[in-house]
Design a protein around this ligand. Sequence first.
Ligand code: FES
Length: 222
Amino acid sequence: VADPSKRPHSRKSPYTADRGMPGAYEGETVTRRALFTGGVVAAGGIATAAFTLPALGFALGPIFERTEARNWQDVGSVNDFNPLTYTSAVATIDPDVGEAGKTTVYIRKRDPNRDTAKELARFPYVAISTRCMHVGCPVRYAQASERFICPCHGGVYGFDGRVVGGPPVRPLDRFETKVENGRVFIGHRFSVNSKLEKFSPRDPSNHLDGLWQYLYPARPTT
Ligand code: FES
């Protein structure tokens, strides 16, 4: 076998010896340095993916969740509700789990003297979710004090569902409403920030004011 260092160099040859690379071995097509460099880069890539892929999945997953419109639900006649107090109605939020998929919703007619927020102008009735925005216990409306009270950790919400005390981080969620043929219907649940501006539905304990609104993914199915 001819000494590889004596052979004329050819840049096109697949062999490191023919290309005149330092430390070349006969029959070798890649140098050990290139092999180890490639191995380290690949191992780094795998380690990085192990951290970033789950985070990406968490951030982007909700985009691919079911978001089609749920059927509007008839919750009663327009005469069943008034602007002075909330009337409870039962709504189905998950039809696949029977009774466990039902929830209480507090509904009242819009009151032009109290409801000044923009979103209220879009919906003729106010339908407030009973899921506490601390960690999700069911709240109860007390007409005497015009407050929604959470029994779990003392969360208190005012007449419009905004937090007035305790640990909840944002106002109670709401449902879209519409009136047809004298009947009141509720549609999608949505979340609101402290100015009652409408957002896609979020989980309890997710803040929605300022930059916080970008830090939590929307959760259309919850
Ligand atoms: S779950 Fe309502 S205050 Fe904690």
